[in-house]
Design a protein around this ligand. Sequence first.
Ligand code: SF4
Ligand code: SF4
Length: 56
Amino acid sequence: MVKVDNEKCDQCGTCVSVCPTSALMFIQEPVIDQKTCIGCGKCIKVCPFSALSSLK
Ligand code: SF4
Ligand code: SF4
């Protein structure tokens, strides 16, 4: 499970392009489908603004 800090997010869209399960969608801001997310952490690593973090 991953969450977005909307105050840090620059809406660059990078996270959406690396998600292997298309759990991340961009609807004005990144939205994560927690059912589809496999917790791989790729989006967290690529975010240039550290806006994504793991939610436990
Ligand atoms: S942790 Fe992996 S599966 Fe989950 S939203 Fe990020 S890139 Fe997609
Ligand atoms: S990679 Fe980070 S800054 Fe870019 S859209 Fe995703 S959460 Fe926002």
